[in-house]
Write a protein that binds this ligand. Structure first.
Ligand SMILES: NC(=O)c1ccc[n+]([C@@H]2O[C@H](COP(=O)([O-])OP(=O)(O)OC[C@H]3O[C@@H](n4cnc5c(N)ncnc54)[C@H](OP(=O)(O)O)[C@@H]3O)[C@@H](O)[C@H]2O)c1
Length: 244
């Protein structure tokens, strides 16, 4: 029997890499994207495709070239640019973040909808900052709130075709994105990264950050038969409500 095909955006590192790896282990045919194209290490995680969500022409070229039927699309790629503590979000950060996290994700998904098979799945990797605000994260929060909104719209529009659409909203996950965020905030607060890590984890239920593999496990569940009745939901991992 031929394998079901899944496409993971931003599979070169972090959560997307863990998702690609897990879905390959689950027996899916995995394609993952990143900006680094052919130089991406595809040894364990599937087949790499070059895609830059910051460039309209790259996204257009990608969707024109995609001809395979898809079982699942995992919208994972995103950037997180913030203003300095206490400063409002600049227009240039807004444009950049909204383009990558929202406009391109919307365009890519819309263009690939026709390729998604009956009974297929869309999983949007959103954030807990898609259900709560945090100072300095104006563009990122707006993009993730909007992604959660689109999840509910697509779930309604695609339900008749048996396609389930959900958002996963992680809190802090130990990835490059997190560590560069953590390091920036630590510098602004003039404390060490270790102190910053402890400060972040103190209010968390589990007193630790989540792991990329834990997000990947939830994606795996949603793509499996047990995930068949779940659609239009925001699935939150442990809560993070500490203001920094
Ligand atoms: N880490 C967390 O604590 C956390 C918490 C909540 C939600 N999330 C969400 O989880 C997802 C993954 O985050 P992560 O922490 O794994 O991030 P990451 O380590 O920074 O990885 C981001 C991925 O997105 C790709 N990417 C970045 N800019 C891109 C662009 N312009 N075009 C195409 N691909 C691009 C990167 O690939 P290339 O660099 O090769 O292009 C990389 O594979 C994101 O949606 C993020 O918002 C993360």
């Amino acid at each position: 029997m031929s394998k079901k095909t899944v496409l993971v955006t931003g599979g070169t590192r972090g959560i997307g890499k863990a998702i690609s790896k897990r879905l390959a282990q689950d027996g899916f045919e995995v394609f993952f994207t990143g900006r680094s194209g052919d130089s991406i290490d595809s040894a364990t995680s599937g087949q790499a495709i070059s895609l830059d969500l910051a460039k309209e022409e790259s996204v257009e070229k990608f969707v024109r070239g995609w001809t395979k039927p898809l079982f699942a699309l995992i919208n994972n790629a995103a950037i997180c640019e913030t203003s300095k503590l206490g400063e409002p979000t600049s227009f240039s950060i807004w444009n950049k973040v909204i383009q990558v996290n929202l406009t391109s994700t919307f365009y890519l998904t819309n263009e690939l909808l026709g390729r998604i098979q009956k009974g297929g799945r869309i999983v949007n990797i959103s954030s807990q900052l898609g259900v709560e605000g945090r100072g300095g994260y104006g563009a990122y929060c707006a993009s993730k709130f909007a992604i959660n909104g689109l999840t509910k719209v697509w779930a309604k529009e695609l339900g008749e075709r048996g396609i389930n659409v959900n958002s996963i909203c992680p809190g802090w996950v130990e990835t490059e994105m997190t560590m560069s965020d953590l390091s920036r905030i630590a510098k602004e607060k003039n404390i060490s990264e270790k102190q910053m890590y402890q400060e972040i984890c103190a209010p968390l239920e589990l007193k630790r950050m989540n792991k990329p593999e834990e997000v990947a496990g939830l994606v795996s569940f949603l793509l499996g038969p047990d995930g068949g009745a779940i659609t239009g939901r925001d699935l939150l991992l442990q809560t993070i409500w500490n203001e920094m």
